[in-house]
Design a protein around this ligand. Sequence first.
Ligand SMILES: Nc1ncnc2c1ncn2[C@@H]1O[C@H](COP(=O)(O)OP(=O)(O)O)[C@@H](O)[C@H]1O
Ligand SMILES: [Mg+2]
Length: 289
Amino acid sequence: MPLLEVDDVVVQFGGVTAVNHASFEAHAGRITGLIGPNGAGKTTCFNVISGLQKPTKGQVRFEGRAVTRLPVNRRARRGMGRTFQRLEAFGSLTVRENVRVAFDIHRGVLGMLRPAASDVDALLERVGISAYAHERADSIPTGTARLLELARCLAGEPSLLLLDEPSSGLDESETDAFGDLLAELAQEGRAVLMVEHDMDLVMSVCDDIHVLDFGSVIASGAPSDIRRDAAVQKAYLGYSDSDDDGLPAGAGHVGRGGVDVTRTDLPPVGVDDMGDETTVLPAVREPIR
Ligand SMILES: Nc1ncnc2c1ncn2[C@@H]1O[C@H](COP(=O)(O)OP(=O)(O)O)[C@@H](O)[C@H]1O
Ligand SMILES: [Mg+2]
């Protein structure tokens, strides 16, 4: 049984259909990638899963039970942990204090247990940010702040980790270490569901991938299948300099709701895959807001 099931979810914002009959799953012990161009509906799906957004239609099931009507805090208590694309740490607290507070919030509701200092330090060590323990959270590099966000999430001991663009701001060696950490977290039995633009990371760590485009799941499968999928190639490479939008390839395409849809984040495909010239586009990451 999948730990998480998103079943035929629709989300409409006025006239905009952000999620369009999307169904996908995430399994314990596996890393699942949710990818797609900017504006595809990935964050909205995360909001529906975690309870921040009520779906217009459809169900979310967690451990086999419908949670669609449960508020955010009750889903968190059942084991959903989430990081945000927009960073959420307390800026005036130190890195260590931020993790300690996250422990307090989690354990506070369960009893009077204060986190042992060693638990806080072990978690900082685990995500690799011990060196920043005594820095204020608003003074650390973005990549470190993302790892802090992950540590805060792990303090809640989630069985499902929802990570929204966790690697943006990490350099190459930090990204490698991050990939190893994700593999470990999955091996321990957690389900990891990750929205991520770094396709090297996605293709190397994910067991399963679901691709969203304009709110619909257009492909699901193993990384090797996704790479070869014609619909996926079209979604990512369908806008190029042959379009008459007056923009150079990779400069973005204004999608629904005025969103700048940048479709350049899948690695180029080979000649054999496309039966056409290889299109080499620069990797573009979403700006950090
Ligand atoms: N609160 C909102 N109100 C109106 N439109 C929204 C809202 N949130 C997202 N959208 C729209 O829904 C679509 C999907 O957005 P989002 O889920 O953020 O995409 P992604 O995370 O894949 O980049 C976009 O067209 C976006 O403008
Ligand atoms: Mg998003």
